[in-house]
Design a protein around this ligand. Structure first.
Ligand code: GDG
Length: 465
């Protein structure tokens, strides 16, 4: 029998109806190996030294509880006010506090103890995202020699930006204790290798792996995708017109968690610029869905206020009594409705300033009618742009460039739309989320085994306390 998979992510799905690409991909991989999914319970607890079973999934789900203080210092603090802006090239927004770092290290150490209690020697461990950069180091310190892989959903930080961390060298050590580092794009792989090239302790092996002390780590890109077939079916299902009697003549859609990395204010300004130059008599709309996220963090309150003010200002400038060009919805929209909206839209704008992949770009393409598809406008700074070059690629820092792209989308002949959509669909199918999970796990299972846990003082394993 093949070994079990233990997956660790910050959140785990609660309830039988939890959906989303990661949920489905991990669920399948876990079901195949009778595996376990470990993550933080959404409700706080007392920081207990135990995992509790979570009902609802066919696979085994086990949760740990964060204290209120850890929610604030580890999750909103170090993870989302230090590491998130660091990875998204916004070091100006980094809010460095000693308590945040302490909490991050303590939560990682506790999660490692909990994982170690469950893990059998031949289990394969797959750690997700920036909440758990030091987890392998903590697990090795507890003596685990299992194969441990890491997938980073967000961009890998640039070398210069890493200096904002209290001990920048620790970052390379944390990652060196994983057997496999998976990133969204070749650009992320290059930035990770640049970090090791700048580190005199790192050696590059003939097969492209990186050696730090006794540890050997593979680094590769595994572009994530969506459940393509499922999403396409949902978009085709039909149902009532989500706009009721207020359907716009021509509309461009934006769908993002309301995050400063997504470049939404620039998108609004570009649409405003386009409205100034649009063909006479046309009444296009921008429909923006942007549910709130991390809204107790100041940077998120600021972006919410900025967006409301831009939307209000631009509607004031352009709206007519019977036409509202900006339709901004600051709430979560049900998934089936979202799929239908994508299919109805003439274009979709993804204008991220930095983005690991961006699944909205893939969802929009999957939802299109191949005979009469909409146009994808895609930021060069989204990971998706590496493969989805048949989109209209734009510079999200250049309002005129984005306004021109909206104009091109508006006027694009059917044959060109079909040709671009077919090329994009080929990418979306090839990078389906099930294939992503398979590719990562089969590569991880092939990594050479760790024969012994490193001794304290080994260059690949600094103090894990
Ligand atoms: C991180 C990385 C990477 C959004 N609004 C609603 C809604 N959504 C769904 C979208 C999409 C998902 O949320 C957003 O995914 P993204 O990939 O665009 O962005 P992040 O949340 O930042 O995800 C990113 C991803 O991880 C995976 O590795 O691609 O780069 O930042 O699925 O559809 N869904 C519903 N209602 C909404 O109002 N139902």
């Amino acid at each position: 029998m093949s070994s079990r998979l233990i997956a660790i992510s910050n959140r785990i799905p609660i309830g039988a109806n939890a959906s989303g690409g990661l949920v489905v991909a991990l669920r399948e991989a876990l079901a195949q190996s009778k595996g376990i999914w470990i993550g933080a319970h959404p409700d706080p607890g007392a920081g207990e030294e135990r995992l509790e079973p979570v009902e609802g999934g066919a696979e085994t789900r086990m949760a740990f509880r964060l204290t209120e203080e850890e929610m604030s210092d580890y999750y909103l603090g170090f993870a989302n006010s230090v590491l998130w802006p660091l990875c998204h090239r916004r070091v100006d927004l980094v809010d460095m506090q000693a308590a945040y770092e302490r909490s991050y290290r303590a939560v990682n150490a506790r999660v490692a103890r909990l994982v170690a209690q469950m893990a059998r020697p031949d289990d394969v461990i797959w750690v997700h995202d920036y909440h758990f950069f030091p987890l392998a180091q903590e697990l090795r310190a507890l003596g685990l020699t299992n194969r441990i892989g890491f997938f980073l959903h967000v961009p890998f930080p640039s070398l210069g930006d890493l200096s904002v961390l209290p001990k920048p060298d620790d970052f390379a050590d944390w990652l060196a204790d994983f057997d496999l580092l998976g990133f969204q794009t070749q650009g992320d792989v290059a930035r990770c290798l640049e970090m090791y090239r700048a580190d005199p302790r790192a050696e590059f092996m003939m097969d492209g792996t990186v050696k730090m002390g006794s540890r050997i780590t593979s680094v590769a890109a595994f572009p994530i995708g969506i459940e393509t077939e499922d999403f396409r079916a949902q978009a085709q299902e039909g149902g009532p017109n989500p706009f009721g009697r207020e359907a716009p003549e021509w509309f461009i859609i934006g769908v993002d968690r309301l995050d400063y990395s997504k470049g939404i204010p620039g998108r609004f300004r570009a649409f405003g610029r386009y409205l100034e130059t649009r063909p006479e008599g046309t009444r296009p709309c921008l429909v923006q869905i942007a549910p709130p996220t991390r809204d107790t963090v100041k940077a998120y309150q600021d972006i919410t206020n900025e967006l409301e003010s831009i939307a209000g200002h631009l509607n004031g400038a352009f709206a007519e009594l019977d036409w509202t060009p900006f339709r901004y919805i600051h709430r979560k929209v049900e998934r089936a409705k979202l799929a239908r909206l994508y299919r109805m839209a003439e274009a979709c704008a993804v204008t991220s300033l930095a983005d690991g992949m961006n699944l909205v770009a893939k969802e929009f393409v999957a939802a299109q009618d191949a005979d009469d598809p909409g146009v994808l406008i895609l930021s060069r700074f989204a990971g998706a742009a590496e493969d989805m070059s048949a989109a209209l690629l734009v510079n999200p820092h250049d309002i005129e460039d984005m306004a021109r792209a909206i104009g091109r989308a508006f006027e694009m002949p059917l044959a060109e739309r079909q040709e671009r959509n077919a090329a994009l669909m080929e990418v979306v199918e090839r990078t389906d989320v099930a294939q992503w999970a398979d590719a990562f796990l089969s590569r991880l299972r092939k990594c050479p085994p760790t024969l012994f846990a490193p001794e304290p003082g080994d260059a690949g394993m600094k103090s894990a306390g």
